[in-house]
Design a protein around this ligand. Structure first.
Ligand code: TPP
Ligand code: MG
Length: 375
């Protein structure tokens, strides 16, 4: 039995210290059943624990900023989904690409985007990754091939196919990681994109973060086949399902998927079984699930607890080192918030910049996006 220090996701930080313990595993998850054979832990797992703590604390701080009306618009937090994000994005190379949906803060953090510039973006400040013009749902960092943050469910899947086509055309072995939720799979663009990617053998990794709900709609009420990996297979795509609450299981699945894509075999569909500990957005009263369901699921499989437990067992971290790490992460996030609060608002003239991308070498103005960039 171990302690979790970061906030427990209900906006009340006083409840942050929650006793958690392994309970029953769920379908697609053997993490806590003891059946899974794990690779030995490594030193970089300690860095990953720190990153997952940062992702969790960042979201809790964003929730605080939102409740103080310092952050506007929509705010979707991904507490609980840290292993699914880090276990996939963490394995990418610098010359790979990411396109993702609106629940994107943790994805940008895992990609190495500066946390203070992400927080400033949430606050709509000039120092944000998009100069304050994108906000929470539209994080974008071309330098890191982080090609957005999209608010329209499934709107970014055709963009991923376009990027995939560019990679193929240029003869590169980069992977385009395209992240979406279970709510995306009944949209036409999901079907069109998987089909086209399969026909053209595009190097796109379709990653479905299946957290069982699309806003307040449970997947079984909208999909006759709830196994999204099986549905993806209908397009002739190689597929797998992994336990997205388990960093090691996710990494192993991601590793296979990227090897497949880099060897030129075409797209891959990975379904990571996950669960969000907070509501869909800050405006969600959560009438569709009980508090008991959330606390049981959290108790059964908090992804941070799994990593912490394994590192402790291996002697790579002890309680004091963990507490220090939590304190350092909390401090780092506090500094991000201070940076965001003290940053200036964008100048009114910013409304007229970054409207179109420039075209390198043609004199067409605007920040050029160079898709020819290698590692
Ligand atoms: C085309 C479109 N339809 C509806 C919405 C409203 N909407 C925003 S998020 C969402 C649910 C998506 O759920 P899921 O894909 O499972 O992702 P999750 O929020 O669970 O991460 C919906 C319906 C939208 N943004 N775009
Ligand atoms: Mg969902």
């Amino acid at each position: 039995m171990v302690m979790v220090r970061p906030g427990d996701g209900d906006g009340d930080e006083s409840k942050g210290d929650t006793m958690v313990r392994a309970k029953q595993p769920r379908e697609g998850s053997t993490a806590r059943s003891g059946k899974r054979a794990y690779p030995p832990v490594a030193l970089h797992d300690v860095d990953d624990l720190r990153m997952m703590l940062l992702m969790r604390r960042f979201e809790d701080a964003a929730a605080e900023g939102y409740s103080k009306a310092k952050i506007g618009g929509f705010l979707h937090l991904d507490n609980g989904q840290e292993a699914a994000a880090l276990g996939t994005i963490g394995l990418l190379r610098d010359d790979d690409y990411i396109v993702t949906h609106y629940r994107d803060h943790g994805h940008a953090l895992a990609r190495g985007v500066e946390p203070e510039r992400i927080m400033a973006e949430l606050y709509g400040k000039a120092t944000g990754v998009c100069a304050g013009k994108g906000g929470s749902m539209h994080l974008f960092d071309a330098k890191r091939n982080f090609m957005g943050g999209y608010a329209i469910v499934t709107g970014h899947l055709p963009i991923a196919c376009g990027l995939g086509l560019a990679m193929k055309y240029q003869g590169r072995d980069s992977v385009v990681l395209c992240i979406f939720g279970d709510g995306a799979v009944n949209e036409g663009e999901w079907h069109e994109s998987l089909n086209l990617a399969a026909v053209w053998k595009l190097p796109v990794l379709f990653l479905c973060l299946n957290n069982e709900y699309a806003m307040g709609t449970a997947i079984a009420t909208t999909s006759a086949v709830t196994n999204i990996a099986d549905r993806s297979a209908a397009y002739g795509i190689a597929t797998a399902r992994c336990d997205g609450m388990d960093l090691w299981d996710t990494r192993a699945a991601m590793d296979k998927a990227t090897v497949h894509i880099r060897s030129g075999k075409g797209p891959y569909a990975l379904e990571a079984m996950t669960y969000r500990f907070r509501g869909h957005s800050m405006a969600d009263p959560e009438f569709y699930r009980t508090k008991q369901e959330v606390s049981e699921r959290r108790e059964a499989a908090d992804p941070i607890e799994l990593v912490r437990g394994r590192l402790e067992e291996a002697g790579l971290i002890d309680a004091a080192a963990y507490d220090r790490m939590v304190a350092e992460v909390n401090q780092q996030v506090e500094e991000c918030v201070r940076f965001a609060e003290e940053s200036p608002d964008p100048e009114p003239g910013e409304l007229y910049t970054d409207i179109y991308a420039g075209i390198a070498g043609t004199g067409v103005p605007g920040p050029a996006i160079d898709l020819g960039r290698g590692a």
